[in-house]
Design a protein around this ligand. Structure first.
Ligand code: GAL
Length: 811
């Protein structure tokens, strides 16, 4: 493919100045999204380190300088030629980007940290580069770049200067570019990022590349430090919340400065509630932490049901001139994890949670914010109030969404380690995330082999001590799979996490033995099921929704029954909310994804979804499965299972009652029924009153498609996404539950297809193609807006079926 190399003439900083949010020429602080107009090179480029700045070595200032012209992107001096550089090796990309999603599947169980862990795709090395200009007016400001997440082991050069290396694939990498940038006429800047993902950090699909956002921040040398505010509410009552605001101000001038710090508390509508002002001097090249205390009268509590947010607006002035502004979102809520369970705002509040990796159909780990919001919306609709960021720090935008949408977060660290690097990673996690009201716990590790071991205990204790120095307002936990009662391991954390603690009723026994122990079910269930499948099929890699209970798991809903019976367990995080690539269990190839999800990779619900919705919401519900399309099985007995939150259920086949039965809370009902094509009706009763119904009908052949977009309009920002679900229906409009037609998409207008999916864990079709096989009646296409307004027309066709079209207004 001939690359189209854009003339990168956009001067982002000037744009930001022109729309400066304070409307002044010398904006105090700007934070520019830096996701657009990158170039990507798959494969390694040999680079020798320079031994003297700008002089010798492989990638010096001289050999990365930009040469104007159609073909050249980087000119390498002959002497220091680093690679046989070809412009055609580079393609244009916008971030977030996961290149592994476009790699072929390789049937080799050895790929990954455990067999098939990475989903049969081979990660590798890639490079990203971007040219950008910085205006003369920015000279003298402090300019930093923050990568929310690069998977993994990234090395960054700017204008040939090695800025640093950052191994973690899950924590942000941050560099101060001030001294090495070229300002105004000094020329263009080039940033080069090497990503070496040849190693793994987990046992799931982890992707490859700059898969989260990038930000360029410009401030005065006198400014609020990175992650420089800490807002807590040490005392909360109906009358008043006391708000403690700690602000770290950094002076990078060579002279001492006297600053005035104003901290304004505002509500979600921006109404000013309180102002605190203090003056302070700061020595040259030094920083100070300033503590202020304000109050909010009659505070609106934050909770998943009422996600009320407040802000601290920070203003830093020097000699009457405003030099920096900063915003911190926070919430007013009380949390207490006790021996009796978890309390939110003083009330027992069991966590209805799921644990999740960052992965979605069509895009891999590179989720635009909209897809994170979509996933959280689906979880909330199911009745979830909790989210565990398994098993690593999440992208920060996910936490903003949890604050706004209302989900309590168990924020998880990646590794059990007390090395300097490990503790620094943990500190970054805590400093970055500690203002989020959604976060109620820090999870320091998951299922490490040193659990219950004295060495593990020493390491964990050091991590807890490190966390407590940064935040005492939330408890620490470890998501343990074993070793709860050995080596003092459990005593090191505030709350003991039980992964699959139902085995041998370990958590109940431990509660009796250690009544002072605070507990949470950090992981449960691991129920494997392939959406729409009702028979195991090892050859295809499918697992029936009747479930093969795994030896360490439970049936959907039974996990919740334990929380209701034993509230001291504080709640549960079901493994997992969504399917994710890699870790295909129990079968491997041709299966390439997990099917632990309550929903599949597209967010389509499996049968078990209804067990949770029944348990976690008040909406009366009956669900019954499998579907009612079984040609050849007429007059044969058929196993049917039902989930409900009603107290009695009735089943009818073609109008004739085949079952009427009382139902125990959180249990399913199961019975054999003779299959006759037509209609299966499930009715749910509460106190003898019919409150819920579900109809299964035998369909005829697929006849047409319908498209269901989650929105009718998109923002013309180049990032917004519409999720369009395609259903294959018969002539009467009923979804054909076994349909697997190939659906072709075409698009017109200011948008593009960024991926497709169908939730089939064994699908090895390209996620980036403009066609997809439907899987058991459904598939999905993701459409992202461009930066211009207009109408997007997305049409879907399938041979012999009547196609459909959806229009999305972009403005
Ligand atoms: C847990 C582990 C998860 C996942 C799950 C599958 O033990 O924490 O990452 O592997 O098992 O059941």
């Amino acid at each position: 493919m001939k690359p189209c190399i854009p003339k990168l003439t956009i001067v982002l900083s000037l744009v930001l100045y022109s729309i400066g949010w304070l409307g002044t020429a010398q904006a105090q602080r700007s934070r520019e999204n830096f996701d657009k107009l990158w170039q990507f090179h798959k494969g390694d480029i040999a680079i020798k380190q320079a031994v003297k700045a700008g002089k010798q070595g492989g990638l010096t200032d001289a050999n990365v300088k930009v040469v104007e012209g159609e073909e050249a992107i980087i000119a390498y001096t002959d002497k220091n030629k680093v690679a046989n550089y070809k412009p055609s090796d580079w393609i244009n990309v916008n971030l977030p980007h996961d290149w592994l999603i476009e790699e072929p599947y390789i049937h080799d169980d050895n790929i990954g940290s455990q067999p098939a862990g990475n989903g049969y795709r081979l990660p590798g090395i890639g490079f990203y580069r971007k040219e950008f200009e910085v205006s003369e007016a920015d000279s003298g400001r402090k300019i930093t770049i923050e990568f929310d997440g690069i998977f993994r082991n990234s090395t960054v050069w700017v204008n040939g200067h090695l800025m640093g290396n950052h191994p973690s694939g899950y924590l942000p990498a941050w560099y101060d570019l001030t001294n090495v940038l070229r300002y105004g006429k000094e020329g263009k800047n080039v940033i080069l990022v090497k990503v070496d993902a040849t190693d793994y950090e987990g046992w799931w699909y982890e992707g490859c590349g700059i898969y989260r956002h990038v930000w360029l921040t410009k401030t005065d040398p006198l400014h609020v430090a990175r992650f420089g505010t800490f807002v807590t509410t040490p005392s909360v009552s109906d009358r008043e919340a006391v708000v403690s605001v700690k602000t770290t101000i950094q002076n990078e001038y060579k002279d001492p400065k006297t600053i005035t710090l104003v901290s304004k508390l505002v509500d979600s509508k921006g109404a000013l509630l309180n102002t605190q002002t203090v003056s302070q001097s700061i020595a040259a090249f030094d920083q100070v932490e300033i503590a202020q205390t304000g109050t909010i009268p009659q505070p609106q509590r934050w909770s998943p049901e009422t996600p009320n947010l407040y802000k601290v607006l920070t203003e830093v002035s020097e000699a009457g001139k405003l030099v920096d502004t900063y915003e911190t979102t926070f919430g007013v809520r009380t949390i207490a994890l006790t021996t009796e369970g978890f309390f939110l705002n003083g009330k027992l509040y069991p966590i209805k949670g799921t644990a999740n990796h960052q992965d979605f159909a069509g895009v891999g780990v590179a989720l635009p914010d909209k897809l994170n919001a979509y996933r959280l919306k689906l979880l909330k609709e199911m009745g979830c109030n909790g989210y565990r960021t398994a098993h690593h720090p999440p992208t920060p935008e996910l936490l903003d969404l949890c604050d706004q949408m209302g989900l309590l977060v168990m924020d998880e660290n990646r590794l059990l380690t007390s090395t300097d690097n490990g503790l620094n990673d943990l500190k970054t996690l805590l400093y970055r995330d500690r203002n989020h009201p959604s976060i109620f716990m820090w999870s320091l590790e998951n299922e490490e082999s040193l659990e219950g071991n004295v060495t593990g205990t020493r390491i964990l204790a050091k991590m807890v001590e490190t966390a407590r120095k940064i935040d005492t307002t939330r408890p620490t936990t470890a998501a343990m799979n074993h070793g709860w009662n050995e080596g003092g391991y459990s005593d090191a954390v505030d709350v003991v996490g039980y992964n699959y603690g139902q085995r041998g009723m370990q958590y109940v026994k431990d509660h009796e033995k250690f009544p002072q122990r605070k507990m949470i079910v950090s992981e449960s269930t691991s129920y494997v099921a392939t959406r729409g499948e009702h028979e195991d099929n090892k050859q295809k890699g499918y697992v029936s929704n009747f479930g093969m209970g795994l030896s360490w798991g439970l049936q959907p809903g039974q996990d919740w029954k334990h929380i209701v019976q034993y509230p001291y367990l504080s709640g549960t995080f079901v493994w997992s909310g969504f399917d994710y690539r890699g870790e295909p269990t129990p079968y491997r190839w041709p299966c390439v994804s997990s099917h632990f999800g309550i929903m599949d990779l597209c967010g389509f619900p499996k049968d078990g979804y209804y067990a949770y919705k029944a348990a976690w919401t008040d909406t009366p519900l009956v669900h019954v499965f499998p579907h009612w399309n079984w040609p050849g099985k007429e007059s044969k007995p058929m196993k049917m299972r039902g989930y409900t939150n009603c107290d009695e259920v009735e089943w009818l086949v073609n109008g004739k009652r085949v079952l009427k039965q009382k139902v125990e809370p959180f249990e399913y009902i199961e019975s054999e029924v003779v299959y006759q094509p037509g209609q299966f009706e499930a009715r749910g009763y509460k106190g003898g009153k019919l409150v819920a119904r579900e109809l299964l009908q035998t369909t005829t052949a697929p006849a047409h498609l319908t498209l269901n977009a989650d929105v009718t309009s998109l923002k013309a920002d180049g990032t917004d996404v519409a999720i369009i679900n395609i259903a294959i229906r018969d002539a009467k409009g009923r979804v054909v539950p076994t349909a697997s037609n190939q659906v072709k998409f075409s698009i017109n207008g200011p948008g593009r297809i960024i991926g497709t999916g169908n939730g089939n864990p064994s699908s090895r079709e390209s996620d980036k193609a403009s066609q997809r096989m439907a899987f058991n009646g459904y598939c999905q296409v993701l459409v992202q807006s461009n930066q211009s307004a207009g109408d997007i027309r997305l049409s879907a066709t399938a041979e012999t079926l009547k196609g459909a079209e959806v229009i999305l207004h972009v403005h």
